[in-house]
Design a protein. Structure first.
Length: 146
């Protein structure tokens, strides 16, 4: 068994990688079996692992340093800005109290359901406005004849 670095102890080359190594070596005139190709890939990974680990650690350190600098800058900006003033909320009209339900003197009598008022339809000759006091929004139409 080959000695491996601790970071690659559980790593096994994929079938695709083993087949690729077999094919490339066959192109060079060296016929090797899958076990030999797998051992070769393991040996290459073991030899290259320290260099790959160093580059990976450097990239991670750079990313973490960038995040730290950005967080410090954001904290500085937040510390120098004043909070936005709160907007006064419009006073809500209190809901009209509903009349108390009457109790019937008869047992087992259920109160009659209240009928809902029929929906009002807009007048046919008058254009409908959803907002009475607001401005009307412009209507953009596409040119004809395209």
């Amino acid at each position: 068994m080959n000695p491996r670095s601790p970071s690659l102890a559980g790593h096994e080359p994929s079938l695709h990688t083993v087949e690729m190594v077999c094919d490339r070596l066959a192109e060079l005139g060296v016929a090797v079996g899958p076990e030999t190709a797998r051992d070769l890939v393991r040996a290459v990974l073991t030899a290259e692992a320290p260099r790959v680990d160093a580059r990976l650690r450097e990239a991670l350190d750079t990313a973490l340093e960038t995040i730290r600098v950005a967080a410090q800058a954001a904290m500085g900006v937040l510390a120098t800005t004043s909070p936005a003033p709160e907007r006064p909320r419009p006073a809500e009209a209190p809901a009209a109290p509903s009349p108390p339900a009457r109790r019937s003197s008869k047992p087992h009598a259920s109160p009659a359901p209240a009928a809902a008022p029929p929906p009002q339809k807009p007048e046919p000759n008058r254009p409908r406005h959803d907002v009475e006091d607001g401005e009307r929004r412009p209507v953009f139409r596409r040119p004809r004849g395209r």
